[in-house]
Design a protein around this ligand. Structure first.
Ligand SMILES: Cc1ncc(COP(=O)(O)O)c(C=O)c1O
Length: 427
């Protein structure tokens, strides 16, 4: 909207960077889809109902009984030291060695993304992301005004030829990318996992072009089958900035995440965090510490994996039953999301009104691209709804899609393959 026609009386005063801040379409959408009559496959919520409140109450009681004054006090910017040992245990579980001095605790992984953007991105800098990618990361990056290069994915993750092309193109111009951002496990939104071979290839390219990698791994422990590939950080500590979180294995509401990175980078992250919020809540860090040291957190993750696996299966079988031959979709081995690719003449964002009318919601794919792409795609969440609801939701959705197809009056439509984003459109 042109500033002249805005109703905002302060429009002339905002910093330029606010112009590239995106309002989260997903958040706006979630407000609509929270209506109880709508089956929402749109959110990205973990199923916190699975956590027994008694275990949390025990943890809170222990914290208050043992040292309520410390729990209610400010804490160090880099985090509550005993909790770092729990995080180290979580990282070991995924085969990533880590030491307390390699870590800082943040207000969710989202704050890690914000801090990394803050310390690395000058306006006009180049960064590289997968396409599609996590919209919260894009929002943090874009508010610092970089040029974003996107790399399409196939079923094995980021296509390395595309990445090589971007890196060598930049190098030919005498430029370099500040970092490559990847979500290697059960990616949000596509549900795709970066294959082991590609992980090695990615590190090799990053090494050839002296580029940092930001490895965002909220979903790695939510694996339903198959074999885990090594984390990038476990393969190269010197150029990987790793982001972890308790949001998907414990509680998103506690807002606890972490950054593991080379020490020089951590020093800068600490400075950035100091000015952002001084420290992560001591209270929630102490509760989390009590939970991880005294409760069966592994059993809890195992239970979540069982629930999510059955819901993923329900979603895949409902898609097969109702949209087979009409759409394609990814088959995630973990995480929370399935990515659906519709015939290319369907615009998922335009179809949403009809879907809401049919009492089902999804997230249109184009919001996960910084430029263009994903218009005929949608992200579906399977973690939050029960099996019956998922079946009913997909049934409703399929009806809407079929109506859209018949409206378009097209019979010989083409079903595109995953990862049809433009190869590396630059902002
Ligand atoms: C890929 C990715 N990174 C980071 C986050 C933010 O997680 P947190 O709750 O730890 O801030 C999310 C949340 O959904 C995510 O999907």
């Amino acid at each position: 909207m042109s500033p002249r026609f805005t109703l905002d009386p302060f429009i002339d005063r905002y910093a330029q960077r606010t112009q590239s801040m995106l309002s989260s379409e997903i958040r706006d959408l979630l407000a609509v889809t929270a209506r109880p009559d709508i089956i929402s496959l749109a959110g990205g919520l973990p199923f916190t109902q699975a956590l027994d409140p008694e275990t949390i109450m025990r943890s809170v009681r222990r914290v208050l009984a043992e040292d309520h004054a410390a729990a209610l006090q400010y804490g160090p910017t880099d985090g509550f030291a005993p909790l770092k040992h729990c995080i180290i245990e979580v990282m070991r579980e995924e085969g990533t060695p880590c030491y307390p001095e390699d870590l800082i605790i943040t207000n969710g992984a989202q704050q890690g993304l914000e801090m990394i953007s803050k310390i690395f991105i000058n306006p006009g800098d180049h960064i590289i992301t997968e396409a599609p990618t996590y919209v919260g990361a894009l929002n943090s990056f874009l508010s610092y005004q970089p040029r974003v290069h996107t790399i399409p994915m196939d079923e094995n993750g980021m296509i390395l030829d595309g990445l090589r092309e971007v890196l060598s193109g930049l190098s030919a111009e005498g430029a370099m990318a500040k970092f490559i951002y990847t979500i290697p496990n059960f990616q949000n939104p596509a549900g795709i996992t970066l294959s082991s071979e590609r992980r090695f290839g990615l590190l090799e390219l990053a090494n050839d072009y002296d580029c940092l990698i930001v490895e965002d791994n909220p979903y790695g422990m939510l694996r339903f089958g198959g074999t885990a590939a090594p984390t990038l950080r476990s393969l190269d500590e010197s150029r990987v900035i790793y982001l972890g979180t308790m949001s998907k294995i414990f509680s998103a509401g506690m807002r606890i995440g972490w950054v593991a990175a080379p020490h020089a980078i951590l020093d800068k992250v600490v400075l950035a965090k100091q000015s952002a919020d001084l420290a992560t809540s001591t209270f929630t860090q102490m509760v989390a510490h009590s939970y991880f040291t005294s409760e069966d957190w592994r059993g809890q993750v195992g239970q979540l994996v069982e629930i999510y696996r059955s819901r993923r299966d329900a979603m895949l079988s409902a898609l097969e039953e109702h949209l087979s031959g009409i759409a394609e979709w990814t088959h995630p081995e973990g995480g929370l999301f399935v990515w659906v690719i519709l015939p290319d003449f369907i615009k998922a964002s335009e179809m949403l009104a009809a879907a809401l009318d049919a009492k089902v919601a999804y997230v249109p794919g184009d919001g996960f691209y910084p430029h263009r792409g994903g218009e005929n795609c949608m992200r579906l969440n399977f973690s939050y709804s029960d099996i019956e609801t998922i079946h009913e939701g997909i049934k409703r959705l399929a009806k809407v899609v079929k109506r859209e197809i018949s409206l378009a009056g097209s019979l010989g439509f083409k079903v595109p393959r995953p990862g049809e984003a433009p190869p590396h459109d630059e902002q």
